[in-house]
Ligand binder design. Structure first.
Ligand code: ADP
Ligand code: ZN
Ligand code: MG
Length: 485
């Protein structure tokens, strides 16, 4: 039964997320097997990742480096010394009978991530980031004897993961969504992971409790698993928050437990209570040396980090682009790089943002062209935008030119010249406009005469504007040169 909004408002949700991210290394964390996704089951395995007796793990340096990238991008302290531990449990997906993870000495601790919800900025603390190996994958369906047998694909076993644990700083399902979105984007920008929830390279467990507003003390928490999409995360949290409030309002008590989200039925179900929780009997991994990160190595990794989404957003905003458009442009590095290259090629920032987010995206969608196959290079788009900016053509003509560019791959100047889009005004009209502009701008005339060639563009722009973008740019150029020299 739904709970009245005024009752819901009496409670404050408290949420902490535990996120597993698969690192984009070519090989596994403790052996040389490939981590490629989608290969035939049990083809990327060896005695080490199958846990055969007598084999020894060898740490993949690249995995440590990627985990360091993630740690530094999340403002964590990377420790000089961290250590692997054995997390013992018995399950078919774990051939050794234990998972090699990090426990009391994780790679990194004490970071944060900034999010924004409804215009308000907020900092979410990151407790720790540690390295571990992934388990195998149980295949419950799709085989002739699936009804009576369990099938296991060990290809995933030993794939490097980082687990990123947040502080219980999140206060709503929207904040949880924003946190995961931002975390995902940082992992993409740093090239640490492809963070694909469908393929399981990003997995999230949510810890949630509620407390009466104003109370400092946290309530009893529940851990929710099986959240394999952003939407499920939000729905499961909303469901759990209401359930907790319902229990408390009816005078009941919550038990600390692990619950599973059932998407088909839209609710969570209890899986195991804290009393039945695993005792993992952690102890230091005797077959691996402690991980040592020198200052030099850590700083080298720090220097290799790209500009992160937050810094990029701030810089883009300085072009006068709306916050909404800034978010769209920085959503992926492909898009933000395209924008940057267009601006670097001389296009005004605001116009570049508008044209990319409206015309370009619209044409790509309409023609079902992937961004990677975009026929308009940043340089070609910049040429077009400069022609519009200088008044050589109008924005309306620009849209027609853009369409032709998209379909033919030709450059804007060619199209304008070939189709006579810029030449609609007689030479005498151009000359009249040019004389008028010169008369009204004696300062710039003086500048030009003293050798400031850059001012010439100003005159071209003014004459093009005066002729409503219909004049032939070459004619304007020739006539202005004649009058000014
Ligand atoms: P556990 O010992 O059960 O693993 P931890 O203290 O290690 O619990 O925390 C695991 C996750 O749960 C972290 O993300 C943390 O922020 C979150 N968390 C801890 N206490 C609460 C709480 N009362 N309500 C919601 N989340 C919590
Ligand atoms: Zn292997
Ligand atoms: Mg814990």
């Amino acid at each position: 039964m739904p709970i009245a909004p005024e009752i819901l408002a009496k409670y404050e949700p408290v949420i902490g997320l535990e996120v597993h991210v698969q690192l984009l290394t070519k090989t596994k964390i403790f052996c040389g097997c490939s981590t490629r996704f989608g290969d035939a089951p049990n083809t990327n395995v060896c005695p080490v990742c199958l846990g055969l007796p007598g084999t020894l793990p060898v740490l993949n340096k690249r995995a440590v480096e990627m985990a360091m990238r993630a740690s530094l991008a999340l403002n964590c302290t990377v420790h000089e010394r961290s250590r692997f531990a054995r997390k013992n449990y018995f399950y078919p997906d774990l051939p050794k009978g234990y998972q090699i993870s990090q426990y009391e000495l994780p790679l990194a601790t004490g970071g944060w991530l900034d999010i924004e919800v409804a215009g308000a900025a907020k900092r979410i603390g990151i407790t720790r980031l540690h390295l571990e190996e992934d388990a195998a994958k149980n295949l419950h369906e799709g085989f002739s004897q699936s009804a009576t047998k369990a099938y296991i694909d060990y290809n995933r076993c030993g794939t490097p993961l980082v687990e990123i644990v947040s502080e219980p700083d999140i206060r709503s399902s929207e904040e949880a969504h924003a946190y995961l979105t931002s975390l995902r984007q940082i992992m993409l920008y740093t090239g640490v992971s492809d963070v694909n929830m469908e393929e399981g390279s990003l997995r999230c467990d949510a810890n949630v409790s509620v407390r009466p507003r104003g109370l400092k003390e946290f309530g009893t928490k529940v851990e929710v698993k099986n959240l394999n999409s952003f939407r499920f995360l939000q729905k499961a949290l909303e469901y759990e928050i209401e359930r907790h409030i319902g229990v408390l309002e009816s005078g009941g008590r919550l038990i600390q437990e692990t619950r599973l989200w059932n998407q088909a039925e839209g609710h969570t179900v209890g899986m195991r209570s804290k009393e039945k929780a695993h005792d993992y009997r952690y102890f230091p991994e005797p077959d691996l040396l402690p991980v040592h990160v020198s200052d030099a190595w850590r700083e080298e990794v720090r220097r290799s980090l790209p500009e992160l989404p937050e810094a990029k957003r701030a810089r883009f905003a300085s072009y006068g682009i709306t916050p909404y458009d800034v978010d769209l442009l920085t959503a992926t590095r492909t898009l933000s790089d395209y924008f940057e290259e267009t601006v670097a090629a001389g296009a005004p920032g605001k116009a570049a943002a508008n044209w990319i987010l409206t015309e370009l995206i619209r044409w790509l969608n309409e023609k079902k062209v992937a961004f990677a196959d975009n026929p308009i290079t940043p340089g070609a788009l910049a040429e077009l935008l400069k022609m519009i900016e200088s008044g050589q053509i109008t924005a309306a003509v620009g849209k027609k030119v853009f369409a032709t560019m998209f379909e033919s791959g030709r450059r804007a100047a060619d199209i304008v010249a070939a189709e006579g889009l810029g030449a609609q005004v007689s030479d005498s009209a151009i000359e009249a406009a040019a004389r008028d502009v010169i008369a009204k701008n004696p300062d710039n005339v003086a500048k030009f005469k003293s050798g400031n060639e850059g001012v010439f563009k100003f005159f071209i722009g003014q004459v093009m504007r005066a002729t409503r973008g219909q004049a032939d740019p070459q004619a304007v150029n020739d006539i202005l040169r004649g009058l000014l020299s």
